[in-house]
Design a protein around this ligand. Structure first.
Ligand code: ZDP
Length: 282
């Protein structure tokens, strides 16, 4: 089976041309094997480019490296836009850049735009802030979770929760380097307050327009970058009054530009996506 390996700031994915079958051609178990960094190809997830539905150009499905299926993936959808550009070019119908794809995801319609400089800007849609939309039991249904206490590992953390289609819990800290991510991450991920588990971001506000982030991803653990997490973190920063509506979010793998526009309540993410290699696997 043919595949291509991509990364967005070191958050790496195996992309599969699934345009001619209605369902992913790999099982979640096969995806786990492919993602293994020692016994497989190695990746944080597998992404399938499927036929569109409901008037969209394509559908994106993704499995995490543990085989679970998230609703959305910000770095992954930038990779998918570049992958589609290559597939269409091979078919002799290269898109004219700038070009916007309409992509159906489990988080609804998401629109990445190929930019002339090679970066991809994604209209990530509006953030969802109500407790039941995260989902979390940290507040009553209909209420937001902004700067509320959460007990993890014998400590009280002040957390803010944001859904970008997938769930995120954000904590602002003095120094992200001082956070014991590999021990704290799983405790947040599996905390009883999050019935669908949770992606966890620790954020250091360097300046109102510059945030530093480290992430523990649901189903994937420590990754070098998380697009939905960077978007959720900027929204959390605005809700807490600690950052501007547009900022650079520095991840271990590099910077993303994030903007939560007041005019339309939507979040826009701009960043790179690169092909690494293509191959075939069994
Ligand atoms: O929500 C989840 O289970 C995440 N692990 C999905 C992947 C998110 C990602 N890192 C991103 O960039 O948004 C790919």
């Amino acid at each position: 089976m043919e595949f291509s390996k991509y990364h967005g700031l070191g958050n790496d994915f195996i992309l599969v041309d699934n345009r001619h079958q209605p369902a992913p051609v790999l099982s979640p178990e096969q995806a786990v094997t492919w993602c293994d960094r020692h016994f497989g190809i190695g990746a944080d997830g597998v992404i399938f480019a499927l036929p569109g539905q409901g008037g969209t150009d394509y559908t994106m499905r993704i499995y995490n490296s543990d085989g679970s299926e998230p609703e959305m993936c910000g770095n992954g959808i930038r990779c998918m836009a570049k992958f589609l550009e290559t597939l269409e070019s091979t078919d002799g119908r290269a898109p004219q850049v700038p070009h916007t794809y309409r992509i159906h995801t489990l988080a609804g319609l998401i629109s990445p735009t190929l930019q002339p400089d090679g970066q991809v800007t994604v209209d990530m849609g509006p953030p969802h802030l109500l407790a039941q939309e995260i989902p979390t039991t940290l507040a009553a249904a209909g209420e937001k979770v902004v700067d509320l206490p959460l007990e993890v590992a014998g400590q009280t953390w002040q957390v803010t929760c944001v859904s970008m289609g997938n769930p995120h819990c954000i904590t602002f800290v003095e120094d992200v380097e001082a956070i014991a991510l590999s021990t704290l991450g799983p405790k947040f991920e599996h905390h009883g307050a999050f019935p669908q588990r949770i992606n966890t971001e620790f954020i250091q506000v360097v300046r109102p327009d510059y945030l530093k982030m480290r992430v523990w991803e649901r189903g994937a653990g420590i990754t070098l970058a998380c697009g939905t997490g960077a978007c959720a973190s900027l929204v959390a920063g605005v809700l807490n009054g600690v950052c501007d509506r547009a900022a650079t979010v520095e991840l271990p793998g590099g910077p993303l530009h994030i903007e939560w526009r007041a005019a339309d309540n939507r979040v826009y993410m701009t960043g790179p996506a690169e092909v690494v290699f293509s191959g075939s696997a069994t």
